[in-house]
Design a protein around this ligand. Structure first.
Ligand SMILES: [Zn+2]
Ligand SMILES: [Zn+2]
Length: 446
């Protein structure tokens, strides 16, 4: 892979802005997103997240460290694989943290939750005082405004259509224009409007979670999901819907509301607090009226005793954790297993190695130390993704008409598939960087 060419004396003044991009994480992997932009004058990070897996023994995997001074972090969104390692930076530095205002309370909630989980597993983590230091340095950054980060770097955010506040970053570094997509979805969902292509850029750093896959049509998927849920409750059964707390839980409740299901729908876990943040941002929601009504319609589980009563009649429970790695979902599973005609429908991707993936593939999981069989439960996965698929990735790259494409945030096969497509269809430089790889822009962009 490419090596960084060392600078010679006077180099910076001869060629104008000098700029390199280095991958400190999310290189041929999903997790620990971290891209360093270094102009020689300024250093800015795009995201600094963790890679969390159920096999972590010591602590979740961090990105490579940043050496020396750091001016700022531009944070695309609140998921821990993008923000979870930012507090570590504050041991040695006090960088500004530019992020969308809606990202701030969600990040705070997710980081606090992850620190508590780390403590309960006796894993290494930072203190919550570092989170306070991060929050003091936040520079709230709205969509559609240009923000100056340093004397030679400015940026503008646009809606990435992924979760509340998720932002695509359009950077100006001297004369170069660099787009960092972060996680994005180009198609509308019931909750969010899809991202618009970001326009022309010299360089695009693009996510490839689904670099070689196409999602089903969202409308058809919604119909299939509703039909299946209806079939279960019509036969007297109940449905447990493990959902991610940010975005998916809200979308699913809104979908159930819009289809006028006549059985009680409950929402449990962190999704409730996150929904309150969503309610504060009507401008970021596609159909706020429907969303607001859905949030008033759903039954909130506010104390653990209520959980024992929900299965007294056919019902639907939307709860965390989305991959059955903890949360209130654990408390519903033992009873769900004993019910007639019950179902467990996953509404998000189940990462290999998680309890959810085991449940999906083997119909069993570890409950309180006992491997428990769920063979009598109807278990199914619905591909409600908040990421675009290969068609969306291709569309955004084409629209950027770039000279250099850097593909990250995807497994190796997914990243390589996007690189091959770029080489065949666009013909410009394209790489799936490995960890530590550095790219000097003048070598590619001129
Ligand atoms: Zn994300
Ligand atoms: Zn991500």
């Amino acid at each position: 892979m490419l090596q960084w060419l060392s600078a010679v004396a006077g180099y910076y003044t001869l060629v104008g802005v000098f700029m390199k991009i280095q991958f400190l994480g999310a290189a041929r992997e999903v997790g620990r997103s971290a891209v360093l932009v270094d102009t020689g004058e300024s250093k800015v990070l795009l995201d600094y997240g963790l890679k969390i897996s159920s096999e972590d023994v010591v602590a979740p995997l961090r990105p490579l460290p940043v050496h020396g001074y750091l001016d700022a972090v531009i944070l695309s969104h609140a998921h821990l694989d993008h923000c979870g390692a930012i507090p570590y930076l504050f041991k040695a530095a006090e960088p500004d943290v530019f992020t969308h205002p809606a990202t701030v309370p969600i990040m705070e909630m997710l980081i606090k939750d992850s620190v508590n989980i780390a403590r309960s597993r006796k894993q290494d983590s930072y203190q919550l005082s570092s989170l306070k230091r991060v929050l003091r340095k936040v520079k709230p950054s709205d969509y559609g405004h240009e923000y100056e980060v340093t004397s030679d770097i400015s940026f503008e955010f646009q809606d990435a259509g992924h979760i509340l506040g998720a932002s695509m970053t359009k950077m100006h570094v001297g004369d170069y224009k660099v787009v960092y997509t972060g996680d994005f979805k180009d198609e509308d969902t019931r909750l969010h409007k899809g991202a618009k292509p970001p326009g022309k850029a010299d360089v695009i750093i693009v996510e490839a979670t689904y670099g070689n896959k196409e999602h089903p049509d969202r409308k058809e998927l919604e119909n299939e999901f509703i039909e299946d849920v209806k079939a279960v409750v019509d036969s007297g059964g109940s449905v447990l819907l493990p959902c991610f707390a940010v975005g998916r839980a809200q979308e699913i409740v809104q979908l159930l509301y819009a289809n006028k299901l006549h059985v009680p729908v409950y929402m449990d876990g962190m999704a409730r607090a996150i929904s309150e943040i969503y309610l504060e941002h009507p401008e970021l929601i596609r159909d706020y009226n429907e969303f607001y009504n859905a949030m008033r319609w759903v039954n909130w589980i506010t104390n653990p005793r209520q959980r024992q009563e929900v299965f007294n009649e056919p019902s639907i429970i939307v709860t965390t954790a989305g991959m059955l790695s903890g949360g209130p979902a654990m408390e519903y599973l033992p009873e769900l297993k004993t019910l007639k005609n019950s179902a467990l429908f996953f509404t998000g991707f189940q990462v290999p190695g998680t309890p959810g993936r085991q449940m999906l593939e083997e119909k069993k999981m570890n409950l309180g130390g006992i491997l428990t069989n769920f063979s009598n439960v109807n278990i199914k996965y619905f591909d409600f993704s908040a990421h675009c698929d290969s068609k969306g990735i291709h569309k955004f790259i084409k629209a950027a008409d770039p000279k250099l494409v850097l593909v990250n945030h995807g497994e190796e096969e997914q990243c390589n598939s996007v690189v091959e497509w770029v080489k065949d269809e666009i013909g410009c430089y394209a790489f799936a960087p490995e960890l530590r790889d550095k790219f000097e822009l003048k070598d590619f962009v001129g």
